[in-house]
Design a protein around this ligand. Structure first.
Ligand SMILES: [Zn+2]
Length: 500
């Protein structure tokens, strides 16, 4: 057996463990009864331990490092597999085992403390954990790459090749172009939420409508399924098994509709990856940012467009006649694109959303530049909320404590959310040059759009980097001006047309 074949055999064994752990975690997040967890956690920790040993065994390390040094006889795809394996190996292998153990304990504790602290709005309670996590993240980044800025090491984990320098450029554009624009829109927005938005929509009918949407978007039931969970998410082991969830809120039907379209975007991406990658480590979406670009594309560019509802509003209206019979398509379209200041990131609309991410990016950057002490973080947070969204934070639960990410050690993650939206706009303008997007959406021909995305983005899985994908599909490097252009065009038309 060649070294490469031996490497593949060991990877296959790891994949078998990943499949089992993955299915268990899907079940934990959807249907598992509450009482099962103590037993389950203990059993799964054994499987995880075995998996970790496989990932770091001497035999595996030797093969990966050896192949990495001698790649000349490998094919292009094989080279990519080895490079990817080497990168993953370095992530776990360069950190002393005692630090790995201590860190994982810390994160477990910290998440529990964060939950309580958030409930009580008590930052002081979470502060000591946050401080330790930050110290740990800096230490781990040093182990992994002593010559690199620690925040760059973390940013690269969530979006390959993204750096402080590139994000600075992006967020400067957001700050200079979008912050003043958002202020202008907020000054003329309607104050009252239209009543059809918060009316009661029976759950079973919501579910029927989500199933209708799955057909509209061409979800392949042979390769996936839909369930319910508290937080909507998409899960997959490979291109032939892609599942997603939604949550039905009776007094907020648009939560389930747009979460479903968002998750459908993630799911279609995974279902459309070429199955030749199933047995490789390139089998999933290219990156967090590219994945989010696809979910946002389906949710916002398609799902929140007027053309989409020209095709599907009659169906929705007939299913929910008491709630919608007196709501015109125009009012409906404005209602689902309503802009408002919110404290909470996950409740923010498409336009104000990037400002929530801007705040988090600026704070993370300060943390890793040693410019902000944990004592001062709430004050910094609140100041930025005032500056960008004109809101006075009165409860830390609605401020610095609202997100789970920092308590879980996920620093460097937030920027990919805004990046995904920005990628989606750049991809959208590239698509407009080749497809009659408006007509396709209006005529319910989503298949043609799916096919375009498959050929240009989805089919490659992880075999191309985010940078390579963008270049291939748009002919350019990442350029945030498209995002600004998209938001300005859409929201000027919605809010400023008759006023300018
Ligand atoms: Zn998403």
């Amino acid at each position: 057996m060649s070294d490469f074949e031996s490497f593949k055999e060991l990877q296959k064994k790891q994949k078998a463990y990943q499949l089992v752990l993955g299915i268990a975690s899907w079940d934990s997040n959807t249907e598992a009864p509450k009482a099962c967890f103590p037993y389950r956690s203990e059993m799964l920790s054994i499987i995880s331990g075995e998996h970790f040993s496989l990932q770091t065994s001497d035999e595996y390390k030797k093969l990966v490092n050896g192949l990495y040094e001698n790649m000349e006889d490998l094919s292009d795809i094989q080279k990519k597999e080895v490079r990817k394996a080497k990168k993953e190996l370095d992530k776990v292998d360069k950190i002393p085992k005692k630090d790995v153990v201590e860190y994982s304990k810390l994160v477990n504790m910290s998440q529990r403390e964060w939950e309580e602290a958030k409930e009580e709005g008590d930052y002081e309670k979470f502060k000591p954990y946050l401080e330790k996590i930050i110290r740990f993240k800096k230490k781990i980044a040093k182990y992994r790459n002593p010559d690199e800025h620690p925040y760059n090491v973390l940013l690269d984990d969530f979006e390959e090749e993204m750096t402080i320098e590139k994000y600075d450029e992006f967020f400067t554009t957001v700050k200079e172009e979008l912050v003043p624009f958002v202020k202008k829109i907020l000054a003329v927005k309607e104050d009252k939420t239209p009543s059809f938005i918060t009316a009661n929509y029976p759950k079973d009918k919501q579910k029927q409508f989500v199933e209708y949407l799955m057909d509209v978007f061409g979800f392949d039931y042979n390769k996936g399924l839909l369930k319910e969970s508290v937080h909507p998410f998409t899960w997959n082991t490979h291109s032939q098994d892609v599942r997603f969830t939604v949550r039905y809120m009776e007094n907020y039907v648009f939560s389930s509709i747009f979460a479903a379209i968002h998750e459908l975007g993630h799911a279609l991406y995974e279902q459309q990856i070429d199955d030749m990658f199933d047995m490789t480590n390139l089998k999933s979406g290219a990156s967090m940012g590219i994945h989010e670009s696809q979910s946002r594309f389906y949710e916002n560019m398609i799902g929140r467009s007027r053309m989409f509802w020209e095709a599907h509003y009659p169906k929705l209206q007939s299913m929910f006649s008491p709630q919608l019979k007196n709501v015109s398509l125009d009012d409906f379209y404005r209602g689902i694109n309503r802009v408002d200041e919110t404290f909470i990131r996950v409740e923010a609309d498409e336009l104000t959303y990037p400002l929530h991410i801007l705040i988090r990016y600026e704070i993370e950057r300060m943390i890793f530049e040693d410019e902000a002490d944990v004592d001062d973080l709430p004050e910094i947070w609140n100041k930025k909320m005032k500056q960008y969204l004109n809101l006075e934070v009165e409860n830390h639960a609605e401020g610095i404590l609202q997100d789970v990410h920092w308590s879980a050690g996920m620093m460097g993650y937030f920027p990919t959310y805004a990046l995904g939206s920005a990628y989606s706009a750049q991809i959208y303008y590239a698509m407009l040059k080749q497809l009659d997007f408006d007509e396709l959406v209006r005529n319910n021909d989503i298949q043609t759009i799916n096919k375009w995305l498959q050929q240009n983005i989805h089919c490659f899985g992880k075999s191309l980097t985010p940078k390579e994908i963008l270049k291939r599909v748009t002919g350019e490097e990442f350029n945030p001006k498209y995002y600004v252009q998209y938001l300005k065009e859409k929201y000027s038309e919605l809010y400023l047309n008759d006023k300018e």
